[in-house]
Design a protein around this ligand. Structure first.
Ligand SMILES: [Mn+2]
Length: 238
């Protein structure tokens, strides 16, 4: 099945290194964004490991129907590897990464898997939908009625996430049917993009005739708005 894809990752304007990692692999039915954390180069190791494990697992999957389970197993293995890398005892540090992935199960439907606050969106005839739900402190506060959705991005703890690959020995990955691959456009993005762009801007990009130009436009917009964090996006249309 032919897919149109466009993917970008950029260090942004203030960070010294890019701790995000992305993959756009229509041949494997895999699209992924990972946003690493840990400092001292650990974040880029973590996000790269997550993406590499997913690619390797899907390359080895016997058929498309086995991809979602293979991806879940790969994330569990990546989690164990990063927990081990973080060490034990008082010197333990978290070497972790968010992940948001779309996996094509070969039946024409996509599954979204995620942990953390990198997001997946879908644009179809009904408009823009955020498929993933942030695993973050501010999302919990919004759902508890303590914060409004508008207040959340500027909250002092807006960067605190409640789940990540590598954060604890047991990783819970959320999964949802993301709908049919055809007749819709999808965006995966790190928080470096989603905190700077409105839903209307994301919808406009996903509706563009030329996804490649739209990806450039989103990245340029983030840089013009100061890009305090790494910016990553993967767009796909079935
Ligand atoms: Mn980020």
């Amino acid at each position: 099945m032919p897919f149109q894809c466009a993917a970008r990752t950029d260090v942004g304007r203030r960070r010294k290194i890019n701790e995000d990692a992305i993959a756009c692999r229509p041949d494997l039915g895999l699209w992924v964004v990972a946003d690493g954390m840990g400092g001292h180069d650990a974040g880029e190791v973590a996000s790269a490991l997550v993406v590499e494990r997913l690619i390797r697992a899907l390359e080895a999957a016997p058929d498309p129907a086995a991809r979602v389970e293979a991806a879940r197993a790969a994330l569990a293995e990546a989690n164990a590897a990063l927990v081990a890398l973080g060490g034990e005892g008082p010197d333990r540090r978290t070497i972790g990464s968010t992940v948001v992935a779309l996996v094509d199960g070969g039946d024409g439907r996509l599954t979204c898997l995620w942990a953390g606050d990198s997001r997946a969106y879908r644009l179809d005839g009904a408009g823009l939908t955020q498929i993933s739900r942030d695993h973050s402190l501010v999302q919990d506060l919004v759902e508890a009625g303590v914060l409004t959705p508008e207040e959340a991005p500027s909250h002092p703890n807006a960067n605190v996430i409640t789940r990540a690959v590598g954060a604890s020995p047991r990783l819970l990955v959320d999964g949802l049917d993301a709908g049919p691959a055809t007749g819709a456009a999808y965006l995966l993005a790190s928080d470096g993009l989603t905190r700077l762009a409105s839903d209307a801007e994301l919808a406009q990009a996903l509706a563009a005739a030329d996804l490649d130009a739209a990806a450039d436009d989103l990245l340029t917009m983030c840089l013009e708005r100061g890009a305090p964090d790494n910016v990553s996006l993967v767009m796909m249309r079935g």
